[in-house]
Design a protein around this ligand. Sequence first.
Ligand SMILES: O=C(O)C(=O)C[C@]1(C(=O)O)C=C[C@@H](O)C=C1
Length: 285
Amino acid sequence: MTDAAKTPSLADLRAEIDRIDETMHRLLMERSEIIDRLVQVKRTQTEGSAFRPAREASMMRSLVERHHGLLPLDTVESIWRVIIATFTYVQAPYSVHADLSVGEPLMRDSARFHFGFTAPFVPHMGARAVVEAVAASRGDLGLLPAAMVPGSDAWWTALEGVTAPKIIARLPFVERADHPAGLPVFVVSHPIADAAVTEVSTFSVRVAGWSARAAAAVATHAEVLAVADGALDGAALLVSVRGTDGGTVQDVLRQSGASVRSFIPVGSHAAPYRFGMDSAGIARP
Ligand SMILES: O=C(O)C(=O)C[C@]1(C(=O)O)C=C[C@@H](O)C=C1
């Protein structure tokens, strides 16, 4: 056999690509038929948003664990985010309300990476406006920075009421050092008791006697956003702890001289899946 006979031509290779593209397209259409059936099952269980963060977190983890080869993980993750977000949208249309006070490019990149272009993007200036828009909607999602933004107030107090929106996810599901939409954001929606994932629980906390000592002590047990609240040494905190029990954090606050005025659950989410990082979040090769 000659070399020319062994080496596939460009046309042969393109024919292979066409075959694979067609298979992928047919599989996506087959997926949409399953979603069609799933809608009927889910409609009987809940109203409003079709977003199921526990399921999505586990799907994204499997995707990362399965992935290998030349195709960058960023690309695979973004393709599946668009697939899942779009199939969520076709089940029940929703808008994504986003707080731009952290900067429009960062927030828009996050919204588009995680929810694609099918769900409308609705910009707001300030986290409270996002929470209000979600509360007034039938099943919209809100995106809020999961880090302190200079000048921000304690927006999470707007999540305290029983029927108020709650934190249901933290994105990205897959954290890594060079993530193209790496801004940590909370997703808020109407409460979704049946689909909530409680690997991390979030609490809106009011304390008196807030101090550098209290802040250092609590930081060893929880992630904390803090703003001054009222006169003197009051503070409003958004505390994120592993599991569902906030008791240890309350004990630590008291032992460090703070008094806990209120400690109210405001949602929960999946633990971030740290790909290529050690437990301290340091990137590893
Ligand atoms: O599993 C579900 O409940 C679905 O609605 C399907 C699906 C998906 O496209 O895979 C879509 C939305 C949910 O957030 C999770 C997954």
